[in-house]
Design a binder for this molecule. Structure first.
Ligand SMILES: [Fe+2]
Ligand SMILES: [Fe+2]
Length: 162
């Protein structure tokens, strides 16, 4: 098996950072929801942040298994302006779209250098991203539809299936 190049490891380290940033974003969204009584949304984002931590670990483990050294990045405070619950779901969806883009770019790069083994990993994440976008998109549509009134938002949250 060909050795993992440092350049690929650098790219993977970036993805670890992105996954951990996602975890931080969802942690912040979970907290925001909890403080405003959106209990189910808070739970949903709490679960999401755990998922994102697992994603980061999956990449860490891959680098480790390939006998290279992974980097634990510095994570900055999430910068989001949240006025209503609609903003929360907008942020989540926007972020997932951005992450999908990064995996797509990574897949492109790995094919160009013929690293098909790491490509498999990147493709797993790209597929995972499609699922996550597909999860958030209908929720965003729904929260927008119900988001005109506070009662609507509370009802949206109450009816959430987690
Ligand atoms: Fe993720
Ligand atoms: Fe995600």
């Amino acid at each position: 098996m060909a050795k993992l190049t440092q350049e690929v490891v650098d790219q993977l380290n970036l993805q670890i950072q992105i996954e951990l940033e996602s975890a931080f974003i969802y942690k912040a969204l979970s907290q925001w929801c909890s403080e405003r009584g959106y209990t189910n949304s808070s739970k949903l984002f709490y679960e999401q942040q755990l998922e994102e931590q697992k994603h980061a670990d999956k990449i860490l483990k891959y680098i480790d298994n390939r006998n290279m050294s992974a980097e634990i990045p510095e994570i900055s405070k999430p910068d989001m302006e949240l006025l209503t619950l609609v903003d929360v779901y907008k942020e989540a969806f926007k972020h997932e779209v951005y992450v999908t883009h990064t995996y797509n770019e990574l897949c492109d790069y790995l094919i160009s250098i013929k690293d098909y083994i790491t490509f498999n990993l990147a493709q797993w994440f790209a597929n995972e991203q499609i699922e996550e976008e597909g999860y958030f998109m209908p929720l965003l549509d729904q929260v927008i539809q119900m988001g005109d009134t506070n009662t609507g938002l509370m009802l949206f949250d109450k009816e959430l299936e987690i």
